[in-house]
Design a protein around this ligand. Sequence first.
Ligand SMILES: [Zn+2]
Length: 288
Amino acid sequence: MSVSGRRGRRPAAVLACAALLLTGVLSGCSGSSSSGSSGPSGRAGASRPAGTPAPSATPDDAYRRWGLDKPLAAPPAPPAKKPVATAGPGGTPPIVRRIPTNDKVVFITIDDGAEKDPEFVKMAQDLKLPFSMFLTDDIARAGSGYGYFDRLRALGNGVHNHTLSHPNLRTLSADAQRREICGQQDALEKRFGTRPALFRPPYGNYNDATLTAAGGCGVRAVVLWEVTMQINDMRYQDGDKLRPGDIVLAHFRGPGELKGTSMTKMVTNMLRSIQRQGYTVARLEDYL
Ligand SMILES: [Zn+2]
């Protein structure tokens, strides 16, 4: 995998911090170098906005803590030109199941928003795991509410639209679909200050009215998936292994829905499978 772009800037910073450590002066070495473990470790794929918290451990330690045998490889630099053309204002959004790329990357998407496991926030932070969230208002709002997703968003992960109440849109009138989709566009914009660019219809069910409604309220692309995360491994729509650019569907779920398995364990299983197949995880919004 090529070392370029954002990734290429890290070694200098690491060396600088290592030098400061040797002279007993440590300041300004945020995040991964704070315990003195140096080296070009960790993942550079997650661009963390300025001012967000540093990881709680060095990436070298972190991957082991979360059950991985090796760190996730840094993804290649994002493509200069995004390989999918999204809709212009008011245009009909394209349906995207997979990103056309030769990069050995896949994209993690996590839906609904039921489980709000604080351990997953730590995991996402430690591993700098990029993923995109598709939130349903009724489900995400329950319990401790959207605040949980603020924390994941602060790590650089995008929040997108998965309707107000998770209906099968194909059973609804055009007006009702518009209320479900545009209502959640408005709710998420009000809550997070950004109008989502991406929309995922519940169950992957949509029709022409869905696309018209979504395009009409600012959706730039409809995102489906090629691979589904199960509790222990992945299920493929096509074939029996990952392909470059696959979009992986997972859910915010906890032990009640995962036969006792925690969300973090499920994600570990997913990441181990991704690594075993020679892939790493990139950020969907960098390609779409
Ligand atoms: Zn859903």
